[in-house]
Design a protein around this ligand. Structure first.
Ligand code: 6PG
Length: 249
């Protein structure tokens, strides 16, 4: 049974990244103490760059060698392309991480479907999955766009209905482009899912997501046995009926 999301509103983007870093470090400490490693799927786009930069600045306080980095989605571009989520994360943080601990989506593959199949194999091997089993990430970081998408699960796209694959190629008409994305069964099997939402441009969609019954892909993120947290800064929360600002812990 999905638990109710925890909604935390903080005053500024800096406090958002601090709160997200605290979530990350707490989840990592717990996973490493329990199982000796921490698996995290990174969000793409621009918002999380502030978190990744902050984590990188923590240096050796973070047990990088015990953390294994994956990606929630990727654009269908090579890793050195300015649009690449991998490139963004590598420039912000992953240069601190042992190369063997970073599992990028090979989006340079000519066929996006092949990139998805390769990434599924990577997940099967890392999590030592049996047929039909889904990986359980310790943490999945997500954002949402003005249309309420998350990862590359966009409104009206076929990936929204995927119930058995771990990773799929998803055609996104409005970008006239392929994306590669984790599917809802994988996202909803995570131990922790944290949304990071920052900026006034997200205020309209956030109000619709949190205060109406309108359907959006991000609303289908409901971890069946995991913690769901929405970390929101005040500009993004500015259209909510009663944004209670909480000081970060
Ligand atoms: C991507 C992301 C995507 C992102 C949202 C929000 O590949 O773009 O995975 O789902 O999280 O589009 O992006 P911003 O943080 O840039 O607003």
């Amino acid at each position: 049974m999905a638990s109710k999301p925890e909604i935390r509103i903080v005053d500024t983007p800096a406090m958002l990244f601090q709160a997200a870093a605290s979530e990350f470090i707490a989840a990592a400490a717990s996973a490493i103490a329990t199982r000796g490693r921490f698996s995290v799927a990174l969000a793409g786009g621009s918002t999380p760059k502030g978190l990744y930069t902050l984590l990188a600045s923590a240096g050796s306080a973070i047990p990088w060698d015990k953390i294994f980095f994956f990606f929630g989605d990727e654009r269908h571009v090579p890793p050195d392309n300015p649009e690449s989520n991998y490139r963004m994360a590598r420039e912000a943080m992953l240069s601190r991480v042992p190369e063997e601990n970073v599992f990028r989506i090979h989006a340079e593959e000519k066929d996006a479907g092949t990139a998805a199949l390769l990434y599924e194999q990577t997940l099967r091997e890392f999590f030592q999955l049996s047929p039909g089993q889904f990986p359980r990430f310790d943490l999945i970081l997500l954002g949402t766009g003005p249309d309420g998408h998350s990862a590359s699960l966009f409104p009206g796209t076929t990936a929204l209905n995927e119930k058995s694959r771990l990773v799929v190629a998803n055609w996104v008409e409005k970008f006239n482009a392929w994306r590669i994305t984790l599917t809802f069964p994988v996202i909803n099997n995570a131990a922790n899912v944290t949304f990071l939402v920052s900026g006034a441009e997200k205020a309209p969609i956030l109000k619709k997501i949190l205060e109406t019954d309108e359907d959006f892909p991000c609303k289908h993120v409901q971890p069946s046995n995991g913690k769901l947290v929405w970390l929101i800064d005040r500009p993004a929360a500015s259209e909510l009926s009663n944004p209670q600002t909480q000081k970060t812990a």
